[in-house]
Structures are given as structure tokens and as C-alpha cells.
Design a protein around this ligand. Sequence first.
Ligand code: ZN
Ligand code: ZN
Length: 190
Amino acid sequence: MEKIIYIQKFGDLEPGILIKLKKNLKWELKDFIDSVKILPESIPITDSEYDPSRRQYNASLLLSKLIEYTNKKQYFRTLGIIDKDIFSRFLNFVFGVAIILKKHFLKGPGAALISIARLRESFYRRPENEALFELRVLKEAVHELGHTLGLEHCNNNCVMQFSNCLADTDEKPAEYCRSCSNKLKKVLLN
Ligand code: ZN
Ligand code: ZN
């Protein structure tokens, strides 16, 4: 299976964001994967994924939908991207979610989803900062893709550090630490 990451948008999303993410992911993951592609179609977002009491979208439902959509295609990794606030069962919000695969299945298809809603400065009523936004999107993408490739949270200076809030995301690098990189190479390059 060729190691291609397919970026899959949900609903409406500025094309510029996807193009930048594609370029940045290609660079960041160059040692691990073959290519990054943007899927042209958008997956519709529906009321059934919306929780009116929380005014947020349900991350697990969206991730299941993503898997349903891409199931037959046998993509190496699919990265869903949505411009809505998402939550996961016990958490007020999440920046992203990923399917954790058992060790033997890491070379098969996998999927993750990131939300960019809370990555913009404007979400916190601060002036927009495009470069910072772009970097945050990259970090969240690299982090969730790391989970789909078998990585757990890491305490090193590493993109796999858990982000509880945006300050955590800003503090960590966009790269995997040496230990995580070695784990990835073991999984992917054998
Ligand atoms: Zn994580
Ligand atoms: Zn690490």
C-alpha cells in the first residue's frame, strides 16, 4: 500500500487552508510517507451530528462517517478536517480525534479528524494571525496522524504532547521527537 495521506474536508472549508496543510504535511512527514493528496469532494455535515444542547458537533459520529465514506477506497490514511467546534464524550472540546489501530494493523488504512474552529485567534476574540493558524493546523494534523500510526502521548519536546488548551499546542513543536520518529520508522519502513 502506497503511504498516501488523503485530506478530506467536511462541509465548507476555505481551499487555501487545505493547500497549505498539504504542503506543510508533505514537508513535515517527508521521512515517513510517500505523498499527500486533497480529496475534491466534501462530506456533508448534518443535523444528526450536531448536539444542540452543547452547540457542538460530535467528533465520534463525524469520524465514523469519515470511515464509512472512505472504507472501500483502502486509503493509507485519511485526515478529515472540519471548521466546526467538536466534542468527544468526556471532554468539553477536542482539537482532533483518531482511530487507534492495533499494532498489526498499522500498515493498513487509518483515519483521523481535526477541527480548526478553535485554532483561529478570532475564536478567542483576538486579531487574526494567519501564520500562527497555519502552524496550529499542521501541529494538530501531525499529532492525530501520529496516533493513527501507533504513537501515544509523549512527554518529550514533541508534537505528540497532549494539548489541553491552545497554549499547549503553541508550546509544542510540529515535529516528532527522536523516540517517536524511531517508532514511526519501525512501523512504516520495515
Ligand atoms: Zn492526542
Ligand atoms: Zn515524542
